[in-house]
Every structure is written in structure tokens, then in C-alpha cells.
Write a protein of this length. Structure first.
Length: 246
């Protein structure tokens, strides 16, 4: 295991021992102490070094494998896959979240058009028939690894821009610069499997798990400004939320 990894086990803590291992390795991956491709000690040696039972260590490793942070390879052992992008459920863009996390996202425009909205988009944006919108699809990557395919529709009475701008700036940055003050959004998170169009773009196998997000954002004047349908690699992306009792 990387010499930079230091897992502290607190046997007096109410947190289960296996979960302390999960948290320790997860923290090391997210902080960069364990880089993608790093090979870990085998479970027996690691359990002995930390004075834990082998079933406890096995349970921790199984959870990290299910989370997509580790992978077991025959003849190689257990390796770090990559740290996930974790996104809090709040009114921000993927570009905003990645930059706040210290990552440098890149964007490739896949399609761009300007024309009348179809009936579904008219309903989502509450537009009269014949109203024109910008419709575009982008591929967002981090460190050269594809992360998301993002399809959006933006009403054209709030902003004007060209396709090249989308390769240089995040959508919400463009809208804020145009004077849009976001207030709230209706958002739905789901899951699907990659189809033959999505799989090669995201560099995953057809049938791989994807996280989906559909969102319609509203500004402080009550206008539905933009709506989008995004898909993310499930092995590299997750949403986080805090639940409260009411």
C-alpha cells in the first residue's frame, strides 16, 4: 500500500471497524494520497497489520469495490480505480462543482442549433408555440477522462451566444454573465445503462451503469430559463444530499 496511507482505527468508536477502513481508504483516494492505479496490499497482510479480522477487511474492500473506487484484477490484486466526483444537490452547474473541487474540466461541443422548441421543451420552459431556443449537447471530461454527456435547451430571450463559447465557459457562468439570477430548480436523479451512442463517448461498455439527471432551472423573476438532460459515468460520479426531519 502507498506509504502515504495512514488509517487510524479507533476501537472505542461506535463506527464499525470495517467502515473506518472504508473511510480511511476513501479519504486517501479523494485526497490524492492513493492515486489511480495504485496496488494495495492483499487483504490478509493488511488485516494483520491493522490487527483486524480477515472478514472485517474483506467487508471493507467489498464495499469499496461496489462503490467503484477499487477493482480486483486476477494476477494483479486490488487497485485504485479513481476518485469519484461528488456533487452536492444544490443549484450549481457541473462546471462550477468541478472547478471548486480543484479540477480542470474540458468541454467538447457535440451538437448546436437554434430554432423553435418542440412541445416537450415548450412545456418544460413554459413557452408559447414557435418560441426559439438554443439546443446543444456537450461532452464534459476531467483529466482527459469523459465524465458526462449534457443535453440542454435555453430560451433565447435571456441570452445570446455561439457554439464556441460553450467549449470555453460553463453554461451557468454564461447565463449569470447575461444577468440571470438563479432561484430554484426542479431536479430528478435516476439511472440507466449506456446505449450504443453514449458508451463510446464516455469510454465505457454498452450496458454499463450511468447516473441520470434532469433539471429545469428558474430565475428570480419566475422564468424557467433552461432545462437539461444529463448522463454521468456511475463509476466516476455521485450526488450527495443531507436529509432533515420535518
Amino acid at each position: 500500500m502507498s506509504s502515504g496511507l495512514n488509517i487510524q482505527i479507533d476501537r472505542s468508536s461506535p463506527v464499525p471497524l470495517y467502515h473506518q477502513i472504508v473511510q480511511g481508504i476513501e479519504t486517501a483516494i479523494h485526497s490524492g494520497s492513493l492515486e489511480p492505479g495504485t496496488r494495495l496490499e492483499n487483504e490478509i497482510d493488511l488485516a494483520q497489520r491493522l490487527n483486524l479480522s480477515r472478514p472485517t477487511m474483506r467487508k471493507a474492500m467489498d464495499e469499496l469495490v461496489r462503490a467503484g473506487l477499487l477493482v480486483r484484477k486476477r494476477g494483479v490484486g486490488t487497485q485504485v480505480v479513481a476518485s469519484q466526483v461528488r456533487r452536492h444537490l444544490e443549484l450549481s452547474s457541473l462546471n462550477d462543482d468541478l472547478e471548486r473541487a480543484g479540477k480542470k474540466p474540458t468541454t467538447k461541443s457535440l451538437s448546436f442549433s437554434h430554432g423553435p422548441a418542440d412541445e416537450r421543451v415548450q412545456a418544460l420552459l413554459q413557452l408559447p408555440p414557435g418560441t426559439e431556443v438554443y439546443h446543444f449537447t456537450r461532452l464534459r471530461s476531467v483529466a482527459g477522462k469523459p465524465l458526462a454527456i449534457m443535453e440542454n435547451w435555453v430560451r433565447d430571450d435571456v441570452v445570446s451566444f455561439e457554439e464556441e463559447t460553450l467549449n470555453e465557459r460553463g453554461l451557468y457562468e454564461i447565463l449569470r454573465t447575461a444577468g440571470v439570477n438563479f432561484r430554484l430548480a426542479n431536479q430528478r436523479i435516476g439511472a440507466m445503462v449506456a446505449n450504443d451512442y453514449q458508451a463510446p463517448l464516455l469510454k465505457v461498455k454498452s450496458g454499463s451503469a450511468l447516473v441520470t439527471m434532469e433539471r429545469t432551472a428558474v430565475d428570480d423573476t419566475g422564468r424557467n430559463v433552461e432545462t437539461g438532460s444529463h448522463v454521468y459515468r456511475a463509476d466516476s460520479y455521485s450526488f450527495e444530499m443531507t436529509l432533515v426531519q420535518r
